[in-house]
Write a protein that binds this ligand. Structure first.
Ligand code: PMP
Length: 285
């Protein structure tokens, strides 16, 4: 984390940034958040991320604390600290701090707004050789399209994956593969790229949207229909995607190889297209 963070209208040293113990984000997880990649010192797809934050806040009934220009001013000031490496910008908005613990208080509070910039230190080359994943029943709630800080369900699933030696949990709901515990998931089956539709069972990832664009640009057919459990074993390729991890091949699932156990040609093509997009973005700065 960089030295200066944003909290409620002020830029302060991270160690000095404090919120009330009565903040509803702390007591109830009553908050929404965003994670925006920063490449070459610029935020990638800011309008899409801020749009999704606005949609999450609307679902929670929290008034948006800033308009796009207001967010951009905060972001610009935080980005002034960015070094040349990849960073990630975190934004969180809670319903605000109350004076006690009253569950049924939804109005009349001033939202708590926090933002910070963090360096991304991932071994992308290692990730791109492929990760292993496990299939787990999705035990989360029914509003997974909201990017809420109430992440206990996601975290416990991720922990179970890590404990079994896998890097990600791929989630099953109603007998269908929906998304990862912190990522969206794609598979290659019968000559098409398959991913679950953007309904309430998944978070509609900004990276997922980028992958759909890149696939269209590469002429790869896409079907937005979740894989049935019975189809999973037939998938020739699988990958997950998210803002921080980008596109990561899943080469082992529940200890079996996916396809031939190596990152497949469609996945590699999409990774190359993503890298080209990122390069163009950085060079256009
Ligand atoms: N689904 C879940 C549950 C996630 O936590 C994430 C990452 N925050 C994603 C999907 C991917 O979203 P994005 O591409 O916008 O990072």
């Amino acid at each position: 984390m960089h030295d200066t963070v944003y909290l409620d209208g002020r830029f302060v040293a991270a160690a000095e940034a404090k919120v009330s113990v009565f903040d509803r984000g702390f007591l109830f997880g009553d908050a929404a958040y965003e994670v925006i990649p920063v490449y070459g010192g610029r935020v990638f797809r800011p309008a899409q991320h801020l749009g999704r934050l606005g949609a999450s806040l609307a679902e929670l009934g929290i008034a948006p604390p800033h308009d796009e220009a207001g967010w951009n001013a905060i972001i610009a000031r935080l980005l002034a600290q960015a070094g040349p490496g990849e960073q990630s910008l975190y934004i969180q908005v809670s319903r605000g701090a109350d004076t006690g613990r009253e569950a049924a208080r939804f109005a009349g509070l001033t939202p708590t707004v926090f933002a910070m910039l963090e360096p991304v230190a991932l071994d992308r080359a290692a990730l791109r050789r492929g990760i292993s994943a496990v299939l787990l029943e999705d035990t989360r709630w029914h509003n997974c399209h909201v990017k809420s800080t109430s992440l206990l369900g996601n975290l416990l699933l991720r922990r179970r994956a890590l404990e079994s030696g896998a890097a990600e949990a791929l989630l099953v709901r109603d007998g269908e593969l929906t998304e990862g515990s912190s990522s969206n998931v794609f598979a290659v089956l019968d000559g098409a790229l398959r991913t679950a539709p953007a309904d309430r069972r998944i978070l509609r990832g900004i990276t997922r949207d980028v992958v759909l664009e890149l696939a269209a640009g590469c002429g790869i057919p896409v079907v937005e229909r979740a894989l049935a459990l019975g189809e999973v074993a037939r998938a020739g390729e699988m990958f997950i995607c998210s803002s921080t991890r980008e596109i990561v091949p899943v080469t082992r699932l529940d200890r079996s190889a996916v396809g031939d156990g190596e990152p497949g040609p469609v996945t590699q093509r999409l990774i190359a297209a993503f890298d080209a997009l990122k390069r163009d973005f950085v060079e256009a700065a």
